[in-house]
Design a protein. Structure first.
Lengths: 324, 205, 639
């Protein structure tokens, strides 16, 4: 790994672009859902406006709040930023690519959950405890699948860093396409399995409909929303933006599994960027479709679907070890 | 090469549909999944047919489509409509446990397949693992579920698994044998449907 | 008044003595590194040797016990009435320190037994019903372990006809190893033998629990390392797989039970079982790789083991000390009666939070580092392509990842219920601030946790000497290239320093962005309670409520009994009170230990009837029979 100045600069630009785009993707999904339900729908850039508005608002803290309330929103937000810094979206060398270990990413997500749930329990409200309990319920079920997905990718490509993993897949696909020769890192089946599995995990981690519905404020249906119910002002802004970032993290990983194309030099960047945005939009449409078609699921039926995701990633891992 | 990779996708989808079947208690969904699974099997056979250019396999593809994708699910749906069953309630083990169990069966079948079969014999690199896993999970479905419908689905899954294994290694059985097997299967499904209906009429009133 | 002044003298004396002797032992073992000496007495020779492994353990034991002694200089003042605590704990620590430098089996066994006895005396120190019960169980289990260890040593003696460890190299076969590992895993609290641990660790005073959980269980790990990597003849790779699987199972079950606990110290005790499981997994991989000749994997897993011993020791002792402070100032260890402690005990809650983050493996703290090493070793053992190891390591990855997530849940529960929210009872509300010396005792290991987590290069390069002693190789001290030694070139990197630096920079950027663009207005107001005017702190989520949904999904791991008790004759919506009781039982205890106890009881009853008759002739007959049997054994078997 060489500390090339060009890589660092483009990595930084890539990071800034993804962070700026994150609310757009979330807003796009929201808009699609609303249009499909026959509503007029929000402005596609509404979430940027919301964030700005929340920053201008007054911060209301509970009487019972402790230091956790003052640090948790920042830690959650910055953790997601760190994960985004590790991900290669359309340029092969991300800024933190040197330390973008897959297990680190999975555990960083757990760190964010940890602080968000502590924040929820900080205010002494019954909703907070409920949200924290349910959030961990989901995390305990989805974290193993996430780690399995990542380790399957690592075993499949024999690489540990997420930048290298997708680069190896990309190289293999390019070779197979250009020369028609197969290699061990070319497969349609294994990425497909991982894609389905990751899709289920991202629906559960990002509070999407069959599992959670953040649009309602009914305690029976709340998962994610109950955690940040007491947040206001800039804290709420950070949490909301953090959830867009998390969605972007998952969508980016999915887009890379779906079609790994990353620019390796400066001339490929425009094409890679266009492909990236296209993939993301397709995935957004896909997620919006799933959200429209399905009703909200009963809480204790969630393990059924998450166990399927776990087992699919297990099967992917089993099939990728057949290679050596 | 490309054909083989796409064929792998189809076999994976067979296993995915079986795992989904384990995870869902709804019978209608299970029949749909069976139909889908047979379709994937048919596509796999088609890929093999294109790859090996074998007429037997083309024939096999056509019969699979006719019998397994259309006729058997059609009869099952018809019976289901008459008995008005919605979902499986009686299961010996819970769904998440069953799914995890299915996963460990896959692990086991990969171990067995690695011991028995050398890679490179079959068309598609892990067909034998998948067919063995499908076989075992089908058997598990028959064991853990109580209603006859789910057991029929399990039975059909086992049949698909055997069909898959046979087609992957032999590059197509003689058409006559295949036709006979499928016809047997079809008749047995008819008999089972009749049985379900009669049982309903006589016992549940 | 005079009496009161006199009271603390034992406490000060023995705590300072502990600190001094810890320092003495450290200096001794550094100064006399790689040399040995023999202490001759009239009937027995004690021989000692200082090697890298014992140096590592001496430094580990002495540093943790120094922290704990600093802590108990002030914390111990509630035990001044019965100063035997300080004497016992001093002797307990000393016997552990001598244990790890002993170089022959008699010395080892004597100090092992002394360690067990002093810890037993400390377990029953409080003298109430609960501690006596726990003490009995501990005494029983630990002696079964000692019997097995002694048996292993005797077999070694028969094989080599020497007491000295120097002659045992490569002598232990599979039976000896199995006996020793079983014996040591009773001490370590590994899953089928863990039953004593969650009873014995919580009932002791908190500073002793910290020593027991943070240090004493690691003595068992020391024994296992000694047997597997020094004494073993190195031919049975399946033993490694067995250790891996057992370790993974106890990691998962340990943390699952931890989640169900209400008692803070019991939760921590179960978490010790989890961490011992993680260490066992590392040992299993390392031993397997040693036998199967995958050198780099062996070194890597050994690094994971040693790092995890340190990390667990530091964070667990700090957490136990913290729980002791909670107990001291609120007079309860039950989470359901606490809450909102963060207000009054602000600094303690920060320290506790860091300890919790470390033990639940949150990056960038040290707990994550060792878990990361373990994950990489597991992936590495998948890469070896060995038919069985591949599958077992996949299963282990599954169990470990589940345990990791569950640890997060369990410790969120611990911190959230105890320190956050509103105080649930008056005890929690009227708590006082802890003393500064107590907090310093907790802060030292916590600071080390952060240091190891953020800048691990130093500690890993120091550990390399130990890894070299045990396995004959080293890992690259730089986590940048830690795994380059694996079969796969440049597998993965983890650079905590860079991550933390970037984290800080991003925080600064956000801070300045908010300074410019965000409003500074802030208001403190009551928590919204659905418009109700209710101030009842019981309306918060309870600890058992927090974990109930997870426990429901994994209900096959528990055998829990819960019931709701209410006044039957009152209509449903007008009940003035209803009582909910829940009891979570250990399945191992319920399905193995209790039936075994009953069986034992039954058999002994039969024997009792047969043997203990009133007739003196029959008794004499038994004596005679015993004599004859002894003669026969002597003639035909021993000769």
């Amino acid at each position: 790994m060489n500390f090339n100045a060009q890589h660092l600069i483009i990595g930084l630009i890539q990071f800034i672009i993804i962070v700026m785009l994150a609310p757009f993707f979330a807003g796009f999904i929201h808009k699609l859902k609303q249009r499909a339900r026959g509503q007029k729908g929000i402005n596609i850039f509404q979430f940027y406006i919301n964030f700005n508005k929340l920053l201008k608002k007054e911060l209301v803290l509970s009487k019972d709040a402790t230091f956790i309330s003052n640090i948790a929103p920042y830690i959650v937000f910055v953790t997601y930023l760190i994960i985004l810094l590790m991900l290669p979206a359309f340029y092969r060398y991300s800024l933190l690519g040197i330390s973008s270990d897959v297990i680190l990413i999975a555990y960083s997500l757990a760190l964010a959950t940890f602080f968000m749930t502590l924040y929820a329990m900080d205010h002494g409200s019954a909703f907070g405890g409920l949200g924290a309990s349910r959030e961990w319920f989901l995390t305990v079920l989805s974290e193993p699948s996430l780690i399995f997905i990542f380790i399957s990718l690592a075993i499949f490509t024999k690489q540990g860093r997420i930048t290298d993993i997708f680069y190896v897949i990309q190289k293999g696909a390019e070779n197979a396409f250009l020369t028609g020769a197969g290699s061990s890192t070319v497969s349609v089946a294994i990425p497909f399995l991982l894609f389905i599995s990751l899709f289920i995990v991202s629906i559960s981690e990002n509070a999407r409909i069959p599992i959670d519905n953040p649009e309602t404020h009914l305690e029976l249906t709340m998962f994610h929303e109950a955690n940040i119910l007491e947040a206001s002002g800039k804290h709420l802004g950070l949490y909301e933006y953090g959830s867009y970032l998390k969605l972007t993290v998952f969508l980016t990983i999915m887009s890379l599994i779906l079609f790994p194309y990353m620019a390796v030099n400066i001339y490929q960047i425009p094409l890679a960027f266009i492909i990236y945005v296209l993939k993301m939009i397709i995935l957004c449409i896909f997620i919006a479709g799933v959200e429209i078609v399905n009703p909200k699921m009963r809480v204790f039926r969630v393990p059924n679907i998450l166990s399927v995701s776990f087992i699919l990633s297990l099967i992917a891992m089993i099939l990728s070890i057949r290679r050596f | 090469m490309i054909m083989e990779k796409i064929a792998e996708l189809f076999i994976i989808l067979i296993l995915v549909s079986v795992v989904l079947n384990v995870s869902s208690p709804f019978i209608k969904f299970a029949i749909k999944l069976y139909s889908f699974q047979s379709l994937m099997l048919a596509f796999y056979i088609l890929m093999g047919a294109v790859h090996f250019n074998s007429i037997n396999l083309y024939g096999s593809f056509a019969i699979t489509i006719i019998f397994k994708v259309i006729l058997i699910p059609y009869f099952l749906f018809k019976t289901l409509k008459k008995v008005k069953m919605d979902k499986e309630i009686n299961m010996y083990i819970g769904i998440p446990e069953a799914v995890v169990f299915a996963g460990s069966l896959t692990l086991l079948s990969n171990l067995i397949a690695q011991k028995i079969i050398k890679t490179g014999i079959t068309f598609g690199s892990f067909v034998f693992t998948i067919s063995l896993a499908t076989f075992l999970i089908g058997a598990m479905l028959m064991i853990t579920r109580k209603t006859l419908f789910s057991q029929i689905i399990g039975f059909l899954t086992i049949d698909n698994a055997i069909f898959l294994a046979a087609n992957s290694i032999t590059h197509g059985m003689p058409l006559l044998v295949e036709l006979g097997v499928l016809f047997d299967l079809f008749v047995s499904i008819l008999i089972l449907s009749l049985l379900i209906l009669n049982l309903r009429r006589n016992v549940a009133s | 008044m005079d009496n009161l002044k006199h009271k603390g003298i034992f406490r000060y004396f023995f705590n300072f003595l502990t600190i001094l002797s810890a320092a003495f032992f450290t200096v001794l073992s550094i100064y006399y590194f790689k040399s040995e000496f023999i202490l001759q007495s009239s009937f027995i020779n004690f021989s000692f040797k200082f090697n890298a492994l014992s140096l590592f353990f001496v430094i580990f034991i002495s540093s943790v016990s120094v922290f704990i002694s600093i802590f108990s200089i002030k914390y111990g003042d509630k035990y001044d009435d019965k100063p035997s605590l300080f004497i016992y704990s001093f002797l307990f620590i000393i016997s552990m320190l001598i244990l790890v430098i002993s170089n022959d089996m008699l010395t080892f066994l004597i100090f092992w037994e002394l360690m067990s006895i002093f810890s037993f005396l400390l377990v029953i120190y409080e003298g109430n019903e609960e501690s006596r019960k726990a003490g009995f169980l501990y005494f029983l289990m630990t002696h079964i372990g000692t019997i097995l260890i002694t048996a292993a040593f005797i077999m070694l003696y028969l094989k080599t006809s020497s007491f000295s460890f120097d002659y045992y190299k490569g002598a232990a076969g599979i039976i000896i190893l199995a006996a020793a590992i079983t014996g040591f895993s009773i001490k370590a609290g590994i899953m089928p033998f863990h039953t004593w641990l969650p009873y014995a660790h919580p009932v002791a005073p908190a500073n002793i629990s910290a020593v027991m959980s943070g240090v004493m269980v690691n003595m068992a790990i020391y024994g296992i390392l000694k047997f597997l990597f020094v004494f073993s003849s190195g031919s049975d790779s399946f033993l490694g797989i067995v250790l891996l699987v057992i370790g993974a199972l106890s990691a998962l079950l340990g943390i699952m039970y931890a989640m169900a606990q209400k008692d803070i110290k019991k939760l921590l005790a179960f978490s010790t079982i989890e961490n011992m499981g993680i260490i066992f997994m590392g040992i299993g991989i390392s031993y397997w790789a040693r036998v199967e000749n995958f050198q780099s994997l062996e070194y890597l897993a050994m690094a994971a083991v040693l790092l995890h011993i340190i990390n667990h020791g530091l964070s667990k002792s700090s957490l136990f000390m913290g729980s002791g402070l909670i107990d001291k100032y609120t007079h309860t260890r039950n989470m359901e009666k606490l809450g909102g402690l963060s207000k009054k005990m602000g600094q303690l809650s920060v320290l506790f939070l860091i300890g919790i983050m470390s033990i639940s493996a949150m990056p960038p703290l040290n707990g994550f580092l060792s878990e990361w090493y373990l994950y990489i070793s597991l992936i590495g053992s998948v890469f070896t392509g060995n038919l069985y190891m591949v599958y077992f390591s996949i299963i282990a990855i599954a169990l470990l990842s589940l345990a990791g997530a569950a640890a997060g849940a369990a410790f969120t529960k611990l911190f959230g219920i105890t320190f956050l929210g509103k105080p649930r009872t008056a005890n929690a509300e009227n708590t006082k601030k802890s003393h500064i010396i107590e907090r310093i005792g907790i802060a030292l290991p916590v600071v080390l946790c952060i240091y190891i987590g953020v800048y691990p290069y130093q500690i890993i390069s120091s550990l390399n000497a130990v890894i070299f002693y045990l396995t004959g190789g080293t890992v690259n001290p730089n986590p940048f290239t830690a795994v380059r030694a694996l079969k796969v070139h440049s597998f993965s990197l983890y650079a905590p320093l860079i991550i933390v630096a970037v984290f800080a920079v991003l925080l600064l950027i956000i801070f300045f962005y908010f300074k410019i663009f965000a409003s500074d207005k802030k208001r403190v107001f009551e928590t919204w309670a659905c418009g109700l005017d209710e101030k009842n702190p019981k309306a918060q989520y309870s600890g058992s409520g927090f974990s109930s949904s997870i426990m429901k999904v994994f209900s096959s791991f528990y055998s829990s009994v819960s019931e709701i008790d209410f006044e039957r004759d009152v209509k449903k919506y007008f009940r003035s009170k209803s009582v909910y009781t829940e009891e979570v039982n250990d399945i191992v205890e319920k399905y193995i230990y209790i039936p075994a106890g009953k069986l034992y009881y039954k058999i002994s009853e039969i024997f009792n009837k047969a043997v203990n008759s009133a007739n003196i002739n029959v008794s004499l007959g038994y004596l005679f029979l015993t004599l004859i049997v002894c003669f026969i054994i002597y003639i035909f078997i021993i000769r």
